[in-house]
Structure formats: structure tokens, C-alpha cells
Design a protein around this ligand. Structure first.
Ligand code: G3P
Length: 215
């Protein structure tokens, strides 16, 4: 399973690139707004340090505007993926960008039926939102598991890139469902690494060793 970072923060990305744990990056307008830079500057800084796919979402929601922004962002690096909304303009843009050999993802996906359509539109990645499905009172990882089963049934090449991930348990359930990629914020990947028993174990080993060396 690949792990992408769901952030545009350079120091967070650099930390996980250095650990060898950043296979790609997802951004969205909310994430980019936090960094206080314009979109091309923020994305240029990311593609300098990340060799895997870097997702950037046009602000426009009309077809002409989406294609115009996509053309500008695609010039920023060979690994740029244009993140398109799950609306008719986004689906149409996926087909147009595919012909231009520009990679696309379809985002804001909340159901298996939307994921089936995103794949038929030719997107390279589909981005189902796990946590927000949970927020709505349904079961986000189960919804993504259904997408994985449907894609397996038809040997669909579109990769599942699960987002809106809030906990390590989300990641484990997604891995059990066989999803291709999870995109996680720093706090979730930090939590995947840390365990209080690991910290307690290190402390105990050191205490025992220090007692022995003091004898
Ligand atoms: O990539 C989408 C993700 O950032 C949304 O996460 O927690 O705001 O639902 P969240």
C-alpha cells in the first residue's frame, strides 16, 4: 500500500520524504490556503522534493476554467496529477486531459456508484472521502471496500486513493480492503508510528542497562 501525505506543508513533506515514507502528495484548496502561497509557488516547492504523484486541484468548476488551470499546473512537473471534482465538468475534463497525457484524479467521491463513473471517465485515481462519510453517519471504510470489490470484479485500472483519513484504524481497514493508496495528514502517520508500549519498552530497556552498568 502506498502512502501519500495530505498536506502542502513543506517541512511536513520533507520529514516524511527523508524517512522514505512519502510516495506522493495530495492537496486541495483548503490545504493550500493554509500555506499562504499562490498555488503554482506552493506546488513547485513540493515537486522539487517529491518524485511521486502530486495532486493539485483547479479552483475553477467550469470545464473551460478547469482545462485552463490544469494546463498551467501540468507544466510544473511530470508528476502532477490534476484533481478534478466529481461533477460533469470534472468527468469531461478527465477525458480531455487523458488525451493530452495529463494524469487525473477524481475527488469528493462519497459512494461506489460515483467511483464506478469516475473510472469510466478515465481517471487515473479515484479519491473516496472516508472520514466525511463517517461524519454523515455511514461507514467510510466499508464504502471504500465496496469500491475495491467493484474495481476488482472488472479489473479496473483506476487506482483507489483513499482520503479524509482521520485515524490509524481507518488505514488498517483500508489495507484489509486492499486499497492502493491512502493519503494521510501528518498527525495520522505520526500516530501510525507511535505506540505507548514501544516508548515504555525503550525506557525499561535503558533503565535495566543503566542499572547493570552502574553495578
Ligand atoms: O484530501 C481530502 C482531505 O483533506 C479531507 O479531509 O478530514 O477534511 O475530511 P477531512
Amino acid at each position: 500500500m502506498q502512502i501519500y501525505l495530505d498536506t502542502a506543508n513543506i517541512s511536513e513533506i520533507k520529514e516524511y520524504v527523508d524517512l522514505g515514507l512519502c510516495d506522493g502528495v495530495t492537496t486541495n484548496p483548503s490545504i493550500l490556503a493554509k500555506e499562504g502561497k499562490d498555488i503554482p509557488s506552493a506546488i513547485s516547492a513540493i515537486v522539487k522534493i517529491v518524485s511521486g504523484p502530486v495532486n493539485v486541484e483547479p479552483i475553477a468548476t467550469d470545464l473551460e476554467g478547469i482545462i485552463k488551470e490544469a494546463g498551467e499546473y501540468a507544466k510544473l512537473g511530470k508528476n502532477i496529477v490534476i484533481k478534478l471534482p466529481m461533477i460533469k465538468a470534472g468527468l469531461k475534463a478527465a477525458g480531455i486531459l487523458k488525451k493530452k497525457k495529463i494524469m487525473t484524479s477524481i475527488t469528493l467521491v462519497f459512494s461506489p456508484s460515483q467511483a464506478l463513473i469516475a473510472a469510466k471517465a478515465g481517471a487515473d485515481f479515484v479519491i473516496p472521502f472516508v472520514g466525511r462519510v463517517d461524519d454523515g453517519g455511514a461507514y467510510g471504510t466499508e464504502m471504500v471496500g465496496q469500491i475495491a470489490e467493484i474495481y476488482r470484479n472488472y479489473a479496473i485500472a483506476t487506482k483507489i486513493l483513499a482520503a479524509s483519513i482521520r485515524t490509524p484504524i481507518h488505514v488498517v481497514e483500508l489495507a484489509l480492503a486492499g486499497v492502493d493508496i491512502v493519503s494521510v495528514p501528518k498527525k495520522v502517520i505520526d500516530a501510525m508510528i507511535q505506540h505507548p508500549f514501544t516508548d515504555a519498552g525503550i525506557k525499561k530497556f535503558l533503565e535495566d542497562w543503566n542499572k547493570k552498568t552502574q553495578k
